[in-house]
Design a binder for this molecule. Structure first.
Ligand code: DOR
Ligand code: ZN
Ligand code: ZN
Length: 427
């Protein structure tokens, strides 16, 4: 059946258009985009998007789906449902599952299963090294031929520079990006929270900015050398922003992402004993957060990605020291972007659509991220004025680990459309 989206504020980074219009969808594609589409409404599914943003479907470059092997934390099906609730129409799964996605068979397992059970498009990222052990390159070429959109060792860095250089050269030849988790393994030690006021107050080991900065610098130099497209995951420090800015000026092919928790919270927000404030990289200082927000505003930072990292309640019930790093993000990302960045004047709605859809599509080379006629109808409808309170019981994700539980946010996903089908509709 045809779908008509009426009266919405259509924000299309593909043609830099921001105006109230109608969209007509047929056979999974956008077939008309006009001020007022006249169609016989009886044969149509109609969504009235008055007062709402109509944006190209959000694309999350950084999600942990946990399947295979860690299904008590999340499955492909539950993670994809969470994505649909959050307005994401495409998600990229990181390879740190059990076993690690480091060969063609495992990659095919995720892609086939996703085809059967996922409400949204799922792309898979291949590991850089076998079992993410940092010793031997994974079958990168095989995985790319089988559909991997990128490679990443997320969860850690590849500490062996010679091996990483080889991987980057290969990625460059295969024309895929490297998604880099920047953390010096030796420098981080047993760090738990940002090194400073809070780690001292709570008497836990700290994670300094240097842990990230030193590897960001290294990886940018490797990208300069190998000419690979380097995408820096979850940047959290002010010097990361500076280095990205400099690298771009020099023509190095670097892009960078910021996570909603890193632009919404500082270390001062951490509640003693609440492990939902523990993630890697950690919540930083006010100064770092301001630099990240300005980096987004000034388009130095290209992408907003969640690092959705579900963990089981029993795991997060451990002490600050022992609980695993990570928080869920798919179902709060859009509202945090509205509340912290759009409402506060850091981002225009157009920039929001760029950072949540157009730019991530470009990073992995997907023909998505726009609402132009002829394109696949992956669409997100969001009411920027509606307030709601985060209730983890309502999450589709199995992970309830978020520091935003109980928080009032602005910006409600009203509908998520994948290939022309409504996969989520707010009641
Ligand atoms: O907080 C994090 N959680 N950071 C990571 O790098 C990995 C992730 C996870 O897999 O839980
Ligand atoms: Zn990471
Ligand atoms: Zn991650």
């Amino acid at each position: 059946m045809k779908l008509l989206i009426k009266n919405g504020r259509v924000i299309d980074p593909g043609c830099k258009q921001d105006e109230v219009m109608d969209l007509l969808v047929e056979n999974g594609r956008i077939v008309k985009k006009e001020t007022q589409i006249k169609e016989c409404e009886k044969e149509l599914n109609v969504i009235d998007a008055k007062g709402c943003f109509v944006m190209p479907g959000f694309i999350d470059l950084h999600v942990h789906l946990r399947e295979p092997g860690l299904e008590h934390k999340e499955t492909i099906a539950t993670g994809a449902r969470a994505a649909a609730r959050g307005g994401f129409t495409t998600i990229c799964a990181m390879p740190n599952t059990k076993p690690v996605i480091d060969n063609v068979d495992r990659l095919r397992f995720v892609l086939n299963k996703s085809e059967q059970v996922a409400a949204v498009h799922v792309c898979q990222v291949g590991a850089v090294t076998v079992s993410q052990m940092g010793e031997e390159l994974a079958d990168i070429e095989g995985m790319v031929k089988a559909g991997a959109v990128a490679i990443s060792e997320d969860g850690k860095s590849v500490m062996n520079v010679r091996l990483y250089e080889e991987a980057m050269s290969l990625a460059q030849t295969l024309d895929i990006p490297v998604l880099a988790h920047c953390e010096d393994k030796n420098l981080v030690g047993a760090g738990v929270l940002n090194k400073g006021k809070k780690s001292e107050e709570l008497r836990v080991d700290g994670i300094s900015n240097l842990v990230e900065d030193i590897i960001v610098a290294r990886d940018i130099m490797l990208a300069k050398e190998t000419k690979v497209k380097l995408h820096l995951c979850h940047c959290s420090t002010k010097d990361s922003v500076l280095m990205v800015e400099e690298a771009k000026k020099k023509g190095i092919l670097v892009t960078a992402e910021v996570c909603p928790h890193h632009f919404s919270l500082t270390e001062d927000d951490i509640v003693e004993g609440d492990t939902n404030y523990k993630m890697n990289p950690p919540l930083r200082t006010k100064e770092d957060v301001e630099a990240l927000k300005l980096g987004l505003k000034n388009n130095i930072m290209d992408v907003i990605a969640t690092d959705h990292a579900p963990h089981h309640k029993s795991e997060k019930a451990l002490s600050m020291k022992d609980a695993p790093f990570g928080i869920v993000g798919l179902e709060t990302a859009a509202a945090l972007t509205i509340t912290e960045l759009v409402e506060k004047g850091y981002l225009t709605p157009m920039q929001m659509a760029e950072k949540l859809s157009f730019n991530p599509a470009k990073v992995i080379g997907l023909d998505k991220g726009t609402l132009e006629v002829g394109k696949t109808a992956d669409i997100t409808i969001l009411n920027p004025d509606r307030e709601w309170t985060v209730d983890t019981e309502e999450f589709a994700s199995l992970g309830k680990n978020t520091p935003f539980a109980g928080k009032k946010l602005r910006g409600q996903i009203m509908a998520t459309i994948v290939d022309g089908e409504v996969v989520y509709r707010h009641k």
